[in-house]
Design a protein around this ligand. Structure first.
Ligand code: GRF
Length: 208
C-alpha cells in the first residue's frame, strides 16, 4: 500500500481528483495519510476533512524562521511515514531537507508542457497568461519528480491540451485542469503505487 501525503495551498481540485480516483479505484494500492497546507483557509483542507482524511496546516507564518518551518515540515512528513509526497498546487518552496529525505519520492503537477512556461514565477494563472501572450496553439500539463531545482526533475507524464481562439487565462486553466491535470496526476500516482515508474540517468520510464 502506497502511503501518500498531499501538499496543497489552494482550492484542491487536484486533491479532489486523487480522492475520487482512489474511491473509484482508478488509483489502486494507495492511501492518503495526510493533507498538509501552508494556508489555513485552503479549501483543499475542507475537501480532505469531508473525505475523512487528516488535514493539517503547517505554515511558515507560525514559526520564528523559515529554517524552523522547514525542519518541522520535514519532521511531520517523516512521522507520517509516507512513501510519496504529492505537490498539488503547493506554493511553498519545498525544504531542502525534504528533497534530501524523499529523493525521487516527491512528485508535482505543473500546468504546462515542461520545459515551456515553468520555473520561478510560473504558477497558477501566470502560466496560462504566458501561454496566451506567446500565442501557443497547444499547451498542457506535466507530472514530474521534484529535485532541488524548480520544475526540473524527471518528467513522468504529460498531456497536451488545445488552446482555442478567444481563450482567457481562466478558461484555459480550467481546460488544462479538466483535460490534463486531473487525469495525469492520479494516473502517475497509480503507476508509482504499482511499481511501474523507474528513473535511469535522470529520465523517468513508465512500464505500461
Ligand atoms: C492550479 O493553478 C493548477 O493548475 C496547479 O495548481 C493550482 C491549484 O490547483 N496545479 P488546485 O485546484 O488547488 O489543485
Amino acid at each position: 500500500m502506497l502511503k501518500i501525503a498531499v501538499l496543497v495551498s489552494g482550492g484542491g481540485t487536484n486533491l479532489q481528483a486523487i480522492i475520487d480516483a482512489i474511491k473509484e479505484q482508478t488509483i489502486t494500492n494507495t492511501e492518503i495519510k495526510v493533507v498538509i497546507s501552508n494556508n489555513a483557509n485552503a479549501y483543499a483542507l475542507t475537501r480532505a476533512k469531508e473525505a475523512g482524511i487528516e488535514a493539517r496546516c503547517i505554515s511558515p507564518k507560525d514559526y520564528a524562521s523559515r529554517e524552523i518551518f522547514n525542519e518541522e515540515l520535514c519532521k511531520a512528513l517523516v512521522e507520517y511515514d509516507v512513501d510519496l509526497i504529492v505537490l498539488a498546487g503547493y506554493l511553498v518552496i519545498v525544504p531542502p531537507q525534504v528533497i534530501a529525505t524523499f529523493t525521487n519520492r516527491i512528485i508535482n503537477i505543473h500546468p504546462s508542457l515542461i520545459p515551456s512556461f515553468c520555473g520561478t514565477g510560473y504558477y497558477g494563472l501566470k502560466v496560462h497568461e504566458a501561454v496566451l501572450a506567446r500565442g501557443n496553439k497547444v499547451t498542457g500539463a506535466t507530472v514530474h519528480f521534484v529535485d532541488d531545482g524548480t520544475d526540473t526533475g524527471p518528467i513522468i507524464l504529460q498531456k497536451a491540451v488545445e488552446v482555442e481562439e478567444g481563450d482567457t487565462p481562466e478558461v484555459l486553466q480550467r481546460r488544462v485542469m479538466e483535460q490534463a491535470e486531473w487525469r495525469i496526476l492520479p494516473k502517475a500516482i497509480d503507476l508509482i503505487a504499482n511499481g511501474k515508474v523507474s528513473v535511469v540517468d535522470g529520465i523517468a520510464h513508465v512500464a505500461e
